[in-house]
Design a protein around this ligand. Structure first.
Ligand SMILES: Nc1ncnc2c1ncn2[C@@H]1O[C@H](COP(=O)(O)OP(=O)(O)O)[C@@H](O)[C@H]1O
Ligand SMILES: [Mg+2]
Length: 211
């Protein structure tokens, strides 16, 4: 495993699209396959590493640069880094990609796509209702920009596919690039099956905050 390249799995997408959910399941799956893994979740990062930053373009870019910097340190030391933050600006994401690749590690961008109508209906954190009613300003996808990736390595349509299919799609891409070793015959380890069961029971729901 030591000889495998380090990598960063970078999720991007609107709030409620599925970044945290997928990061959590993949974290368990990668551990089950023998990798050291660290998840940097947008909500959590904003309570520590990026505490005090707001939601202007400048602050959002600073937040992403910080997450990217930590991902870079981790992936060049063969820890699989998973970022799960909205990361709305293309240029900031591409900058992180360049830095990680410059270190000889791999950057895999996963665009978790979901139409705003479905997100508003899901309203995982109760924020879309407020944003659409104009009670929240600067809300990504409603009153703040989101720049879609132009060439993400994986695109997830979370309104059309169950979590399990999205997880498999991402794992297949990581296996294809020889970043993780192949899984068991059914494609999922026990860890993932357990995680998916927990997901069904609603145990993987998120901390309420703006990402
Ligand atoms: N294919 C999918 N991938 C990820 N999440 C999905 C998918 N299909 C449905 N969902 C649901 O969408 C919600 C995503 O919430 P969350 O992961 O907190 O989003 P984010 O971290 O992007 O804000 C969860 O309730 C999850 O169960
Ligand atoms: Mg999240």
């Amino acid at each position: 495993m030591q000889n495998r390249k380090g990598f960063t799995l970078w999720f991007t997408g609107l709030s409620g699209a599925g970044k945290t959910t997928l990061a959590g399941v993949l974290e368990r799956e990668m551990r089950a396959r023998g990798l050291a893994v660290e998840v940097l979740d947008g909500d959590e990062i904003r309570t520590n590493l990026s505490k005090g930053l707001g939601f202007s373009k400048e602050d959002r870019d600073t937040n992403i640069r910080r997450i990217g910097y930590v991902c870079r340190l981790l992936s060049r030391n063969h820890v699989a880094a998973i970022s799960a933050a909205i990361s709305p600006y293309r240029e900031a994401r591409d900058e992180v990609r360049r830095l990680i690749e410059a270190d000889g590690a791999v950057f895999v961008e996963v665009y978790v796509k979901c139409p705003i109508e479905v997100l508003a209906e899901r309203d995982v954190k109760g924020l879309y209702k407020k944003a659409l009613a104009g009670e929240l300003t600067g809300f990504t996808g409603v009153s703040d920009p989101y720049e879609e990736p132009l060439a993400a390595e994986v695109v997830i349509e979370s309104n059309r596919e169950p979590v399990e299919d999205s997880v498999s799609k991402i794992l297949r891409e990581l296996e294809r690039r020889r970043l993780v070793r192949a899984g068991e015959a059914d494609g999922h380890s026990t860890a993932v099956r357990r995680a998916l069961d927990a997901e069904d029971l609603g145990l993987l729901t998120d901390i309420p905050a703006l990402a």
